[in-house]
Design a binder for this molecule. Structure first.
Ligand code: HEC
Length: 110
């Protein structure tokens, strides 16, 4: 096989693979609705019903823009010991915590 063809095939298969993995990691539409409800109700009790802050800091796109994504995922999944921020690993997966962070950074759905 000519080299450019092999390269193109390799590139195509890795992108297709990456897309499949991302799709698998993304929560289903039904689960997304549950997660949005969880954030509005449970996270909202500390971070404010409109996520503008309360006992916990604001979770708005402006507030989170400069925060490292991985550390926010870890904060949601594992909590922050020594602060009121509780761990949520009993209620969601790490991939779901990452999905929530992405939504928060983009402007959380109603
Ligand atoms: C009992 C109150 C409480 C609840 C419920 C709560 N949080 Fe928090 N959260 C806090 C506090 C307080 C902090 C700040 C911790 C610190 O001082 O570092 C925090 C920090 C965070 C941070 C880090 C923000 C930053 O600026 O680094 C994120 C992200 C976060 N919470 C998301 C969530 C999400 C998502 C939920 C719901 C799944 C949630 N929190 C539920 C109290 C809470």
């Amino acid at each position: 096989m000519p080299f450019p063809l092999v390269f193109a095939l390799l590139l195509w298969s890795t992108t297709a693979y990456a897309q499949a993995v991302l799709e698998l990691a993304a929560p289903s539409p039904e689960r997304r609705r549950e997660l949005v409800h969880l954030v509005r109700q449970d996270c909202g009790s500390c971070h404010g019903m409109t996520l503008q802050g309360g006992l916990g800091p604001p979770l708005t796109p402006a507030a989170l823009r400069d925060r490292p994504v991985d550390s926010m995922v870890a904060t949601i999944y594992g909590g922050r010991p020594g602060t009121p921020m509780p761990p949520w690993h009993r209620f969601l997966s790490e991939a779901e915590a990452r999905w929530i962070v992405e939504q928060l950074r983009a402007g959380f759905p109603q």
